[in-house]
Design a protein around this ligand. Structure first.
Ligand SMILES: C[S@@+](CC[C@H](N)C(=O)[O-])C[C@H]1O[C@@H](n2cnc3c(N)ncnc32)[C@H](O)[C@@H]1O
Length: 204
C-alpha cells in the first residue's frame, strides 16, 4: 500500500482516514476496466484516495462538483470555511483547493475534475463505470437525484459507495441511508462498511 495514503489524511475534508482506506481498497480492486466517478469533490480528500488506486491501476477518476458548496457549507452555516470562500463574488469556491491538491499529490493524469452539478454531468457520461462514490448534498432530493441519475451506469460487478450513512436521526441526516436501503432492494449487496461509509457491489 502506498505511503501517500497516510498523507491524504491531512487534506481538508469530510472523511475519516479509515474511510479513505476503504475507498482506496475498493477502487484498487474494482476500478480496473473503465473509470470511477465521484459526486462531491470538495477539496479532494476522498478523490485522492480513489485517484491513487486509479493511478496504480492505470485508470482514472472523474470527480464532479459545482464547487458552490452544500447547504451546511454556505456563509455562516455550520461547516462554513472562510478559506474556501470567494469574497469578491460572494460564493463558496472549493475548486482552487481541489486543483492544488490534485497537483500536490501528482494525480493530474488520474483525476479529472468536472465543474458541474451531478444531474447535468450524468447526462454527459454514457459509458459504463466501475466505481461510483456518492458524497454530494445530503438533502433527500439531491441524494435521490444522485442515486437515480447514476445507478444504471455502474457495470455489473462494479461498486456503489455512499458516505454519511447514519443509523438514527440523532446521529445524522437520513437521506444517504434512504438511497443505501433502496440500492439493497435493487440488485446491490453490501461488501463492507467502515464508520458511515458503505461499499455495495452491483450483482444484477
Ligand atoms: C460533503 S462535501 C464532499 C466531501 C468530499 N468527498 C471529501 O472527501 O471531503 C459535498 C460536496 O458536494 C458538492 N455538491 C453538493 N450538491 C451537488 C450537486 N448537486 N452536484 C455536484 N456537487 C454537489 C458540494 O459543493 C460539496 O463540495
Amino acid at each position: 500500500m502506498s505511503n501517500f495514503l497516510k498523507e491524504f489524511d491531512a487534506i481538508k475534508g469530510f472523511l475519516a482516514h479509515e474511510e479513505g482506506i476503504l475507498l482506496y481498497e475498493m477502487a484498487k480492486q474494482y476500478c480496473t476496466k473503465s473509470f470511477a466517478v465521484e459526486i462531491g469533490s470538495y477539496c479532494g480528500k476522498s478523490a485522492c484516495y480513489i485517484g491513487q488506486a486509479c493511478k496504480e491501476n492505470g485508470t482514472y477518476l472523474v470527480t464532479i462538483d459545482h464547487h458552490r458548496g452544500s447547504e451546511e457549507q454556505q456563509f455562516g452555516a455550520e461547516y462554513f470555511d472562510p478559506e474556501e470562500y470567494d469574497y469578491k463574488n460572494n460564493r463558496v469556491d472549493t475548486l482552487p483547493t481541489l486543483t492544488k491538491n490534485i497537483a500536490k499529490y501528482k494525480l493530474n493524469s488520474h483525476i479529472k475534475a468536472i465543474v458541474d452539478n451531478s444531474k447535468s454531468a450524468s447526462k454527459k457520461i454514457n459509458s459504463e463505470i466501475d466505481f461510483l462514490f456518492i458524497d454530494g448534498s445530503h438533502t433527500f432530493e439531491s441524494a435521490r437525484n444522485d442515486y437515480e441519475s447514476w445507478k444504471n451506469k455502474i457495470r455489473t460487478g462494479g461498486i456503489l459507495s455512499i458516505h454519511d450513512i447514519y443509523d438514527s436521526e440523532l446521529e445524522g441526516g437520513q437521506a444517504p441511508k434512504e438511497i443505501y436501503e433502496k440500492a439493497m432492494t435493487e440488485g446491490f449487496k453490501l461488501v463492507k462498511r467502515v464508520n458511515s461509509l458503505v461499499a455495495l457491489k452491483k450483482i444484477t
